[in-house]
Design a protein around this ligand. Structure first.
Ligand code: BGC
Length: 804
């Protein structure tokens, strides 16, 4: 293994211990774990070319990571398929050349930038014919997929679907080897229908630096996979077709609140693997659940017993069937979950899952209020959304209007889909029904509207117009160049994504670095004569340079830093992707992962991490889903909160939860318009952000690129001033995503603009001279009210003060 510094070693070891909990055993025959390492035939796209995490701004420049091949060798296996792996390398190298040529050709044809077309473009798996000759009675086929920022996945073979080659080879290896495991090194679902015959399937996921090590640990039973799916895995033809996905200009979320399992259950469609599903090496049996009510808080206690032959952990999930009154409701909604500690065979633990009935409130658009309708709330205990047993019910004896709020988000031009009729599970006759009086909710208090401090308002108020707008934009040194576009616009820390304006009236800049799969910085840098850190290596994502035309390539070469000074290093740890962390269903684990990031931020002088990312997995085809947690807002919000608490446990470090909101596709990500109802917005797309804010008080929020019902989210005062400040009482820093004005040409909608963004109380990132000039002009002619700019700038001053 590579030489590492002490902190890297410690972070590697911590992740090695934690990450098996993120892996999900989807099928199991009982012939794994293996007794000892021996000969192993390793096949598949991820065998040697293992994916540690997707591409784009979330791709962490770690010193190294352990591939599956390496992990197996390190664990003492003899890999018998050197020839196959070399052959596959040759196939991929050739395919890559034609892939790049294809993007360049398309760019020419469509008069588009190859750079933008290539960003996150997925090279689908090629077909090939390599004999499966590896020796031994054990084989592993690692199927990998990659995706990222700028492009969505497709329903084609080699992406969501398996290729003919993959199906043929997986089925052949399954026949040929006595012990065979299909391992999925993917960031999101693939359609496994053609290979469901395989008896051992492990969703390893993409686990950052420890990916291959954890695979070997799991195969050998040195670690137990105990993850459960945080997103439904469905066959391609079962994917919902109610709303649009991937439209260039407009995307209508016609499915409303019926996303993921809420859709599958309500529409009566059985997915391949349901939400919440996952096996371990061992089995668990559940005793009778006990339901208690204290005020409006419900506690479910379930005895869980390890009835199998291996140690393991189990996640108990609690779902509630909310009564369908005036408002339609999905069959079930996740209300809470809790994971056991490691239980040895024969061991038992009483698991408690608590939730507040208030969290089940629905949004009534007519009343513009969160409401609980009277009726029976049936409580289910489940191993997955599809495998539940009713544990009892809470009978709410009258309607409750929990909170009246202002309308936000605008209106769609359609009515949301709703199921034809309600499906419910029967409550067993002797099940307990607890009565809840609406008066019980009278003790609920909501936060006060958050305001900037008087001191910050005063300081911002004393700034000149020029300084004020500088404070409201990210720090720039010239026009926004290539570095800004690909998220390394910081002038203080090499490879960091950007920073707020530094040192006006003694107020320092805040340095921001990307995530979410760790801290994205340049690995090597030096300090130039002016004292500015310069990256030695290109900070372009892999494959990008090949997409550039002659002129821009020359420019990059000319500006490529020639180190004249001592080289310094910033090796950061690639942690598991967001989806994998959510699959652990373990908030303590998520917190520990956050601590790793927080420690590295301290070490390298980064104030704000541009993560966690918690957009909803609305469609499995969103190219950035791997960065996000789940299709369910509760697990998304809780996981984000736990990661936030971990990062922010380090003094002076803050997170930036993103992308607020409805950034659920990558196609035309800068200018696509997400059209949805206020109910869907509130119950599905912003709920997780609200949970994270209430539980963990993140330092910052990043708005999304897209529009929401016709207006860019970054320009929507209803999201910033109303939802974030007034409803949620949150006082942190609001910033935009990294806006690139160059992509706005020839679009139905223009990109977000600096003046209306600042007016909405949002710092314009990464900042450029032209954005600054544009806002200044609006300020001078009175179109951008000075008090709004002062408010916007004051949030930077307040955060500098908080972080110290
Ligand atoms: C991404 C953000 C990222 C930012 C800075 C944008 O393109 O959408 O998630 O934080 O770049 O790199």
């Amino acid at each position: 293994m590579e030489k590492m510094e002490q902190y890297e070693r410690e972070h590697f070891d911590t992740l090695r211990e934690l990450a098996p909990e993120c892996a999900v055993l989807l099928k199991r025959r009982g012939d794994f774990p293996l007794e000892a390492p021996g000969k192993i035939a390793l096949y598949g796209s991820g065998g040697r070319r293992t994916v540690k995490g997707g591409t784009g701004s979330g791709d962490v420049n770690s010193r190294f990571y352990i591939t599956c091949e390496q992990g197996l060798r390190d664990a003492g296996f003899t890999v018998t398929t050197q020839k196959w792996l070399d052959g596959y390398d040759a196939v991929m190298n050739a395919a890559h050349i034609s892939f790049i040529a294809g993007i360049k050709e398309r760019a020419k044809r469509e008069h588009k930038s190859p750079f933008i077309l290539g960003m996150g473009a997925v090279m689908t798996e090629p077909e090939y014919d390599l004999p499966l000759e590896g020796e031994g009675d054990t084989a592993v086929y690692v199927l990998a997929r990659n995706s990222g920022e700028g492009n969505d996945r497709t329903l084609s073979a080699g992406d969501y679907m398996l290729t003919g080659t993959e199906i043929r080879d997986i089925l052949a290896a399954n026949e040929r080897y006595e012990h065979f495991m299909l391992v999925l090194n993917v960031g999101g679902p693939v359609d496994l229908t053609p290979v469901l015959k395989v008896d051992n399937i492990l969703l390893l996921s993409q686990l950052g630096v420890v990916t291959g090590t954890v695979l070997a640990d799991i195969l050998l039973g040195r670690a137990q996979p105990s993850g459960k799916l945080a997103t439904t895995w469905a066959a391609a033809e079962e994917l919902p077709k109610l709303g649009d996905f991937g439209g260039d200009d407009e995307t209508r979320y016609k499915e409303g609140i019926y996303v993921g399992y809420r859709y599958y259950e309500s529409a009566g469609v059985k997915p391949v693997f349901p939400f919440g599903y996952g096996l371990g090496y061992t089995d668990f049996s559940y005793g009778a659940a006990r339901l208690e009510l204290e005020g409006h808080r419900v506690q479910v206690t379930v005895p869980v017993f390890n009835s199998g032959a291996f140690p393991g952990k189990e996640t108990v999930q609690v779902y509630v069937s909310v009564p369908w009154g005036k408002l339609d409701q999905p069959v079930k909604t996740l209300a809470g979950y809790s994971k056991t500690g490691t239980l040895l065979p024969g061991e038992a633990q009483g698991v408690k899952v608590c939730f507040d009935m208030a969290e089940l409130a629905a949004f009534d658009e007519e009343k513009s209020a969160y409401v609980l309708e009277k009726g029976r709330y049936t409580v289910f205990v489940g191993r997955s959304s599809d495998d539940t047993a009713a544990a009892g019910a809470v009978e709410l004896t009258g309607d409750v209007t929990l909170r009246e709020v202002e309308h936000v988000g605008g209106k769609p031009d359609f009515e949301d889909w709703r199921p034809e009729h309600r499906k419910t599970a029967e409550l067993p006759e002797r099940a307990k029904v607890l009565k809840l009086d609406p008066g019980a909710f009278s003790d609920i208090r909501f936060p006060e509207c958050a305001k900037p401090s008087e001191k910050a308002l005063e300081t911002a108020g004393r700034l000149s117009d020029e300084e004020l707008i500088l404070m409201c934009c990210g720090r720039f040194s010239g026009s926004l160049g290539i570095d800004g576009i690909i998220g390394s616009a910081s002038l203080s820390v090499a490879g960091a994504a950007g920073e707020t304006c530094g040192s006006i009236k003694g107020i320092r800049g805040l340095v921001m670095a990307d995530g979410p799969a760790g801290l994205r910085l340049a690995k090597r840098y030096y300090i130039d004569k002016r004292g500015v850190p310069q990256s030695v290596d290109s900070t372009l994502p892999a494959g990008f340079e090949e997409l550039m035309n002659g002129a821009s390539k020359m420019l990059i070469d000319l500006t490529r830093k020639k180190p004249t000074e001592e080289i310094r290093y910033q090796f950061c740890t690639a942690i598991p992707i967001g989806t994998a962390i959510a699959q652990s269903w373990n908030t303590e684990l998520a917190r520990s992962v956050g601590v790793i990031v927080g420690e590295e931020m301290e070490r390298f002088g980064v104030d704000l991490w541009l993560a966690p990312a918690l957009n909803i997995h609305r469609s499995p085809l969103c190219g950035r889903n791997f960065e996000y947690y789940s299709e369910d807002p509760l697990i998304s919000g809780r996981t984000a909160a736990a990661v936030t608490l971990g990062v922010q446990s380090r003094p002076g470090r803050g997170v930036t939860i993103k992308h607020f909101c409805c950034n659920n596709q990558e196609t035309n990500r800068y200018c696509s318009n997400s059209i949805l109802s206020e109910r869907a917005l509130r119950e599905t797309y912003i709920r997780g952000f609200g949970i994270c804010i209430a539980e963990a008080n993140p330092a910052a929020v990043m708005t999304s690129y897209n529009l929401l019902n016709g207006t860019h989210t970054s320009e929507r005062e209803d999201l910033s001033a109303v939802v974030l400040r007034r409803e949620w009482g949150w006082r942190g820093l609001i910033m935009t995503d990294w806006v690139m004005s160059v992509v706005g040409d020839n679009q139905k909608y223009p990109v977000a603009l600096s003046a209306p963004t600042i007016a909405a109380g949002n710092i314009f990132m990464p900042g450029s001279r032209s954005d600054w000039r544009a806002a200044l002009k609006e300020l001078k002619r009175g179109a951008l009210p000075r008090e709004k700019a002062v408010r916007c700038a004051s949030q930077v001053i307040d955060l500098v003060d908080t972080l110290g």
